[in-house]
Ligand binder design. Sequence first.
Ligand code: 13P
Length: 257
Amino acid sequence: MANRKIIIAGNWKMNKTPFEARCLAYEIAEKTEGAACDVVLCVPFVDLFQVKEAIAGSKIGLGAQNVHWAESGAFTGEISADMLVACDTQYVVIGHSERRQYFGETDATVNARTKAALAAGLKVILCVGETREERELNETNDVIERQVRLALADITAEQMANVIIAYEPVWAIGTGLTATAEQAQEVCAYIRSLIAELYNAEVADGTTIQYGGSMNAKNAAELLAMPDIDGGLIGGASLKPTDFLVIVAAGSAKASR
Ligand code: 13P
């Protein structure tokens, strides 16, 4: 078994008021007490405090969904890495395809955010993935290579200990279309080979690579059975405790192997 963590992370996206978030996080914390894998909840900024309280004493990690690269300043509507750390946030999702698609996120801003987050001591869940058109044009590997290389520019081998990569094919997000386990494995293995090339085999072997995109209670075990899929970044199903717990159980089974 490779030397890396199995991490099941929920990305709640723009869902749940603070009160709703507290209830959901509390239920998940209670029911994942015995989990053998790591569990992380990436929640809206306004929910961080309530979720932090709800998961206190549990092994769940607290995550946000974006971070700005500057320390502070005139950036209306943005949140800095130090602010997240001050709220006891440990993880942050960066470069999600929804941010790339709707909010002008580029490879350069993904890199800037990643550097700032790592410098502040956060763990980064870095998202990469191709669109349906890019896959049909056989450009998947080129797109992934560009996204991984540019996102990790100037990130050291030591800092890679705090980087998790999430492979999220854009065509599979929120569509109910999941990449087959073989398709997901192929790209996750390719990402690992890129990390070996950019750093070395040890860093590649230690990097957690998640799959995301319509992962659910039915398909999680099959996806997680793949050798290079070390966890999941789950959207819709992470809002349904019963489904999320089944996915966490599949992650735990993998972690115990
Ligand atoms: P869904 O699980 O809803 O497809 O979302 C995946 C995702 O974007 C997680 O970041």
